[in-house]
Each structure stands twice: as structure tokens, then as C-alpha cells.
Ligand binder design. Structure first.
Ligand SMILES: *[C@@H]1O[C@H](CO)[C@@H](O)[C@H](O)[C@H]1NC(C)=O
Ligand SMILES: *[C@@H]1O[C@H](CO)[C@@H](O)[C@H](O)[C@H]1NC(C)=O
Ligand SMILES: *[C@@H]1O[C@H](CO)[C@@H](O)[C@H](O)[C@H]1NC(C)=O
Length: 344
């Protein structure tokens, strides 16, 4: 069942309370669609697993480079953010067999200025870091769908966390559940300055360099990817109300560990200069002329659920009516005994 707007607002408010007030911006987005599509990894074809999507109404299996930016509307509360953000959908493995979609409640992206350009001095400026707005057309993926183990030394993996309720971020699936679960992906914030995408959708971007004190949330960019970008921490939420056993949950890619969670970003910011100026000049709420990001009223609108312009392909994806296998036929990692029954 779709969450009501008030549930969504409450969820977003709770998520937003995590962030310090002054040095983080939030982009709050209502759900757009849940479908077997991934225009970055599988352009024009069904994707390998079901995705939960927010942002531009132009989202479709194939998207030309400017499609998101040129689209007429977004489910996000920043009027000029027509980006698309997506992540694997969360499923419940039913005791009697079958997989049921859990209600996707939207996404909150925290935008921060914690990353600085590579500099041979090896230290970020003390008077503030000035990461750039995303180059138009940038596409990237955080995390790795194939991962089923944890290696904290790998920043691409350290960037993927989960949280239930306000229990704090954890690596892997939480061991207890409150009424909601969120999957978090910190996107790389360093760019090679040349490529808007790459074959693996990752090598054109990087995390700040650990050798220079960097981590998944900020620091100095490596020399190989010297250009600092705004750092995005994206948190996708699902309702798990009434579910007490986390081992009955599985991500759409078959991952039960949480380590294989990942997220995709396709920028669609309509005015990169305005984003850049607002990001460079102000973080506090209402005293900034650019704060509204182009909203006609000067206020952030509420995140609004909308339908994609291209209707989602009609496929049984376990919404309301369970499906017998995960769409895309993904194998459940380490099938677990649930109430005495194996779920394969
Ligand atoms: C981020 O921007 C705010 C406001 O412009 C500034 O006060 C803060 O020092 C900046 N943080 C960094 C790490 O540069
Ligand atoms: C963990 O990640 C680091 C950094 O990528 C890598 O050097 C190391 O080999 C990895 N360890 C394992 C066990 O895969
Ligand atoms: C999924 O797997 C089942 C059993 O292996 C097979 O019958 C079915 O054709 C597969 N479906 C797809 C879409 O690959």
C-alpha cells in the first residue's frame, strides 16, 4: 500500500533530524516508480532486478543524456533537481513462499561540502572546501550489487549502510527492526574531469583519498580524480511495519546481507550554476537567495508523488500480489529457514 503523505512527511522529518542544521542540505523526494529498469546499467532493456526510483518524471529504461534535466517535473522538493536516484527494492519473503514488495517511502539525499580538490600540499583549505556542482550528464553507481561480504578497507563498500528507525547506521542488515528500514549509499565525490560515465559506471569517479585523510564522506580527492563534487548521502526508505524478523527480508537482487545494496544517480539539476552558487555561498535556511533552487514561490515545495511519463512496463513485481521468484530470477543468497521452511 502506498504510504500517505503524512507518513512520508513524518519519515522525512525524522531522517532530516539526523543532519546538522548548518552544513548539510537535504533533497527530499517522494516515490516515483518501482520497476524492472536501470537506464544506467541496462539502457533500453529490463534490468536484472527491481528498482525503487525517485526524481525526474522522465525516468525510463532508456534515457538520453539530457532527458532528466529536460523533464517537466520531479518528485523532489528542490524544484530544479530533476535528477533520478534509484536503489534495489526491498522484499519480504513470505512464510508460505513468495516475495512481496514492501512499501517504498521515498528518499532523502544529504548534500555536503566536505570534499576538496586534489592539491599537492595534501591538505584541504582551512577556510572552507568548495566542491563543484555535478557536471551535466554525470551518471554513477555507488556500491556493488554482487557483494555479500564486508570489507571495510574498501571505500566502495564502506559507503553502503543500513538503518532501522533512528537506530543509527550499521553495516549489513540490522539484527532487529523498527517500523522502517533505510538503505544508505554515499556517492563518490571526486571526478576525473573528463568522463560523464564509464563502462563500470564507477571508474570516472572516486572517493576522497584515504592516504590524504579522506573517507566516504569527504576529504581530499585523489590525484587521479582531482575534482571535488558535492557529496551525496542518499537514504532510501521502506516500511517494514509488522515485520519483526530481519531474516525474512531480501533486496531485489537476492541479497539478504545488506552488503549488496547500491544506488544509482543520474544528475538532472536544471541550473548547475545556481546549484553551484547556492552551494558555495550559503547553507543556512532562509537567508540565501538561491535557497529555493528555483521554486516559483521561493519555498521548497513538498515532495510530491508523480507518475513517470513513460508508464512502467507491466510486469508482476510482487506489488500487493506476491511473486514466486524475485523478478529477474535472482537467487536468494544463503537461503534461510523461515518458520521451518526453506525459501529458494
Ligand atoms: C561548508 O559551507 C559552510 C557555509 O558556507 C561553511 O561554514 C563551512 O565551513 C563549509 N565546510 C567546509 C568543510 O568547507
Ligand atoms: C579489501 O579491500 C581492500 C581495498 O580495496 C583490498 O586491498 C583488499 O584486498 C580487500 N580484502 C579482501 C579480503 O578482499
Ligand atoms: C526463472 O527461472 C525459472 C526456473 O529456473 C524458469 O522456469 C523461468 O523461465 C525463469 N524466468 C526467467 C524470466 O528467466
Amino acid at each position: 500500500m502506498a504510504p500517505t503523505l503524512s507518513t512520508l512527511a513524518a519519515l522525512l522529518a525524522t531522517l532530516a533530524s539526523h543532519a546538522a542544521a548548518t552544513d548539510v542540505w537535504t533533497v527530499n523526494c517522494a516515490p516515483l516508480t518501482v520497476q524492472l529498469s536501470d537506464p544506467i546499467r541496462n539502457p533500453g532493456e529490463p534490468s536484472g532486478h527491481t528498482h525503487s526510483v525517485v526524481g525526474s518524471v522522465a525516468f525510463a529504461r532508456y534515457m538520453a543524456q539530457d532527458a532528466a534535466q529536460d523533464s517537466p517535473a520531479t518528485t523532489c522538493d528542490k524544484a530544479t533537481d530533476h535528477s533520478n536516484y534509484w536503489a534495489p527494492q526491498l522484499y519480504q519473503m513470505l512464510p508460505g513462499g513468495g516475495f512481496l514488495q514492501l512499501p517504498f517511502t521515498g528518499m532523502v539525499a544529504y548534500y555536503t561540502n566536505y570534499t576538496c580538490d586534489y592539491d599537492s600540499s595534501g591538505s584541504c583549505p582551512t577556510d572552507g572546501r568548495s566542491p563543484a556542482a555535478f557536471p551535466p550528464g554525470l551518471r554513477m553507481i555507488a556500491g556493488d550489487s554482487e557483494r555479500r561480504t564486508l570489507n571495510m578497507s574498501d571505500l566502495w563498500q564502506a559507503a553502503i549502510l543500513m538503518e532501522t528507525g533512528n537506530g543509527g547506521e550499521v553495516y549489513g542488515m540490522p539484527t532487529t527492526l523498527s517500523d522502517r528500514l533505510s538503505g544508505h549509499a554515499r556517492f563518490p565525490s571526486c571526478w576525473d574531469g573528463v568522463n560523464l560515465d564509464s563502462a563500470d559506471h564507477q571508474s570516472h569517479v572516486a572517493y576522497p583519498d584515504p592516504a590524504l585523510g579522506g573517507d566516504t564522506q569527504g576529504g581530499m580527492c585523489p590525484q587521479s580524480h582531482p575534482h571535488a563534487m558535492i557529496n551525496i548521502g542518499a537514504e532510501f526508505g521502506w516500511s517494514v511495519a509488522g515485520i519483526t524478523d530481519p531474516s525474512s527480508l531480501v533486496w531485489a537482487n537476492g541479497d539478504t546481507t545488506g552488503y549488496g545494496f547500491h544506488a544509482d544517480f543520474m544528475t538532472g539539476w536544471q541550473n548547475p550554476d545556481a546549484l553551484q552558487q547556492s552551494f558555495s555561498n550559503c547553507f543556512t535556511n532562509d537567508d540565501c537567495p538561491w535557497r529555493s533552487f528555483g521554486s516559483p514561490t521561493g519555498q521548497d515545495p513538498d515532495p510530491t508523488p508523480l507518475l513517470p511519463l513513460t508508464p512502467a512496463p507491466l510486469t508482476g513485481l510482487g506489488y500487493l500480489l506476491p511473486v514466486l521468484s524475485l523478478p529477474g530470477n535472482n537467487t536468494v543468497y544463503k537461503p534461510m529457514a523461515i518458520k521451518g521452511r526453506r525459501v529458494d
